[in-house]
Ligand binder design. Sequence first.
Ligand SMILES: [Zn+2]
Length: 271
Amino acid sequence: MEFIYPEGKKGALTFSFDDNQDFDKKLIEIFNKYGVRGTFNINSGTLGIKDDQSGDHNYFVSPDELNEVYKGHEIAVHGVHHKFIANLTDSMIVNEFLEDRKALEKITGKLVTGCAYAYGCHNEHIMNILSHLGIKYSRGVDSTYGFFPPQDFLDWNPTCHQADPRATELAESFLNCPGYIELPILYIWGHSFEFGRSGDWSGIEKLVSMLAGKDFIWYATNMEICDYIKATRSLEFTADGTKAYNPTLIEVFYKKDNGFSSIKPGELKTL
Ligand SMILES: [Zn+2]
């Protein structure tokens, strides 16, 4: 059995941008123009701050505009104060993530259970803490330069940074992704201030436009991909492998003959 994405899509594209600066508004305009989707990792402690002292235009999205700005995309945890957590005590680490979760859930009225590690800082111990805080996935910053889904979603590293010299080449190879990779993901991360401060948005718009509008790509948030892949991993099989049961609430798709078939939530399907 070989899984594919919803409605037979061949690959998933997702973006992840951090730090909730107000340049996110322009980035989301570009995302929405081309119909791509992403996850925005928010430090709730900086929401609404306007700091121009360093000349860097450190303006952050305000709490009352959060839902409108990120509509159609995912809001995720990034630590209340963007601390480097490796040197913190366990209780400080808990506060950094849990208080961010609480603040974002209060503003959005939704579950916020995705995360990106500030500075990518994580290890087994930190991943274990996050799993106890109800965080379902968390992103690091080490480029994999590949398309394989993570084994452990709390140790999810991206394909590459948006400014990586190999980004365009990777996007091209993703569009021609080899069939031996099951559930491939092109995962690109960055910060909107990387374009906002220079005012040059042409690079990201070019990258997004070359990946947009493909009927074989699933344009999804990090959480949608995490939930879907976890559902594929949750199927239960009869001992002889001829039937599969889907105990989740997500319809799971797989390749069949020259097309695809699916197993609906609660269905026991003969393969
Ligand atoms: Zn950050």
